[in-house]
Design a protein around this ligand. Sequence first.
Ligand SMILES: C[S@@+](CC[C@H](N)C(=O)[O-])C[C@H]1O[C@@H](n2cnc3c(N)ncnc32)[C@H](O)[C@@H]1O
Length: 366
Amino acid sequence: MKHWRDWRNDLLANPRFQAFAARFPLTRPITHKRASQVFDLCAGFVYSQILHACVKGGVLEFLRHGPRDLSAIAQSIGLQEEPALRLMRAGSALGLLEPRGGTLFGLGQHGAALLGNPGALAMVEHHHLLYADLADPLALLRGETFPTQLQHFWAYARNPDRAGAEESAVAPYSKLMSDSQTLVRRDILDVIDLANMSMLVDIGGGEGAFATEAAQRWPELSVGVFDLPAVVARAQARFQAAGLGARGQGYGGDFYADPLPAGADLYTLVRVLHDHDDDKAKALLAKIYAALPKGGRLIIAEPMAATPGAEAMGDAYFGLYLFAMGSGRPRPAEEIEAMLRQAGFTSTKRIGTPRPLLVRVIEVRK
Ligand SMILES: C[S@@+](CC[C@H](N)C(=O)[O-])C[C@H]1O[C@@H](n2cnc3c(N)ncnc32)[C@H](O)[C@@H]1O
């Protein structure tokens, strides 16, 4: 028997029904909203490029302290006035900017919100790599365009000699990660309780920003970062600059191949698990389970697929992003919990975060 969804789809695809629904007073508002949503899908790539131009051209920053005249804006971006006006109007239509009368333009609500989130701006700036990889999405999905630009950027993705990666290969992504982590780590550290824990090791902890802030919030806590050797050198510099002394330790290695540092009663995986294919992710969780003492904890924090209200962020954005990176996938919380049970953990706890679009948290205890 035909499913009701197929009846619905037949109706929605019917041009005569579409014309009727656009005129009929009760369906007209719905039709307009849906048409606008479909148009946004068609035009999304263009919108993203307009955002990219505003960020790369420094427009948001230039308008931080108030509206400016078109001529000054054009000069600051290095554009003629006519194309600059085109960009100002486009940015205004997207809520990034706002016309303020005459030839003045200021920040719009989205532009102001983005300025308050430097991490998002850093991500936007590196998106040109993703856009290049997505230029022919079917060729990408067929595997015809590997190695991709994103694979070059993320030096550890599909690189068997990842532990030998040099400083120049890890610096750009490590900086991007630490720049984009500010809100993420605050949201995590605001909702977890590390009293009574003695040693946290942040696995794939990058430049050590998360571990450093944890140590600053919980003065009794020792912290460590386990990451590729060239990345750990950056974390150690941060620990030193923060004056953590012996409370901050770096452990260089490859978590696929090397043992995890011993002595931790808390391991954290912040924006790490989704980078790895299922077999590798499962092996890592099993390794963590084996390394933890009884009563020890593991915290997984990352954006997750099927997050209510943020579905597109998971399967659409991260789904394609990680595919282009050549490793990993966004997972719903339920799948991560199932993997944790497979690794040996018996009870899992979800901890709510203020911005689930940015990060969600699952905690388990051995
Ligand atoms: C997406 S970044 C996340 C960094 C940090 N946790 C954050 O949220 O900003 C993933 C990190 O895992 C590290 N990593 C990836 N594969 C690894 C491996 N096999 N062994 C050790 N570290 C690895 C990378 O070097 C990188 O620092």
